[in-house]
Ligand binder design. Structure first.
Ligand code: SAH
Length: 218
């Protein structure tokens, strides 16, 4: 990866190693996910003024009222999505700055990510180009619709909280696929949907806090 230098020492592999140790201590077990988190330089995706906090395990403001997810949550959601298997085609709703898409690119063959805020879509495009990530396709669109022309997906991950699961996303999940998303308004929980020949199976997991999934493009 070709790195940009924002802030002294922030590109250091040692800083990222510390993050990985913290994720391990917090319970992330999937070595493939930990390796992916280790490979992606998070500081590239955050504002220069915040670069010194890029490897703290906190969410950070992205502008446009949005936030880049906390590393633990990114790792946890991808660990659940993977469930130990190699992923082929993955859909992310809510590209934001593109950080999670870059981590997904390390664990899946093809990643599609949808963002409804045009300047965020454009910035994420620039960051991913800069890192020469070539297996992520970004779309400026309303993620509630999913991407029917690319479906089915063996993994779907949502980075914004919905009050109920968008129907289109369930339909675009492959048999054998997994979808991980935050659901709820005041109180939010991660939910896992698994699809098999019989239908869908839902499990409620950790309490979380995400920005809301909105309707339409902006
Ligand atoms: N995965 C991101 C975090 C994004 S925050 C990262 O790694 O930085 C959630 C994002 O979801 C915001 O950028 C927000 O604009 C986007 N979003 C909200 N509703 C959406 C919708 N209906 N379709 C697509 N994106 C949406």
């Amino acid at each position: 990866m070709n790195m940009k230098h924002k802030g002294i020492g922030m590109t250091s592999q040692r800083t990222r190693n510390r993050l990985i140790e913290r994720l391990r201590a917090e319970g992330i077990r999937d070595e493939v996910v930990l390796a992916a988190m280790n490979a992606v330089p998070r500081h590239i995706f955050v504002d220069e003024a915040l670069a010194s906090r890029a490897y703290d395990d906190v969410s950070l403001p992205l502008g446009f009222g949005q936030t880049i997810s906390q590393p633990y949550i990114v790792a946890r959601m991808i660990e659940i999505l993977r469930n130990g298997r190699h992923l082929n085609r993955v859909l992310e709703i809510g590209t934001g700055c593109g950080y999670q898409a870059a981590v997904l690119a390390e664990v899946a063959k093809d990643v599609y990510s949808v963002e409804r805020v045009q300047p965020l879509f454009e910035r994420a495009t620039a960051y991913l180009n800069e890192l020469q990530v070539d297996n992520v396709t970004l779309r400026y669109a309303d993620g509630n619709m999913g991407l029917p022309e690319v479906a089915p997906f063996d993994g779907i991950i949502m980075a914004a909280a919905a009050t109920h699961v968008p129907r289109a996303l369930l339909e675009q999940l492959a048999v054998g696929g997994r979808m991980v998303l935050p659901l709820g308004a005041q109180e939010q929980y991660l939910h896992l949907f698994e699809r098999d020949e019989q239908g869908y199976h839902e499990k409620r997991l950790d309490a979380v806090r995400f920005v809301p999934l909105l309707m339409g493009k902006s």
